[in-house]
Design a protein around this ligand. Sequence first.
Ligand code: CDP
Ligand code: MG
Length: 149
Amino acid sequence: MERTLVIIKPDAVQRGLIGEIIARFERRGLRIAALKLMQIDEPLARRHYAVHEGKPFYEPLIRYITSSPVVVMVLEGNDAIEIVRRTMGATNPAEAAPGTIRADFGLEIGRNLVHGSDGPETAAFEVPLFFTEDEILSYERDTDRWIFE
Ligand code: CDP
Ligand code: MG
């Protein structure tokens, strides 16, 4: 089963949307393998977003993601990476499809509420930045057979 890293970003935490956002992933059927509230420090932010170093939005992005606590999660499911990205919607909330998290709760690209790994290599890089192996739980839910065929 595939694993992906999700971050409920500072704007979503400040706006009281933690529960709303977790609920969307949870109701969809994705299984929570790890979950915590934390403050991202600058070195971690720079490592996590290293791929964007040098772009015009990089420094504002580092300030944004370190500005307030975030909730980080590892979500599991078949095709979890793609499912999470589609549940989040396009990077720019103004262009995201209605019904997605970014469209339903956001307006601007620099305040887009949520992060999800964008591919298998990215997920494999990002998950260990935030969680040790023993923080990621392997378990089954009694409902799994009603969600996973
Ligand atoms: O988060 P996602 O993978 O959808 O987008 P990205 O292109 O990897 O960019 C990472 C993050 O940088 C976005 O989620 C935004 O928070 C921020 N960003 C921005 O503020 N302005 C842009 N023009 C592009 C990205
Ligand atoms: Mg990305």
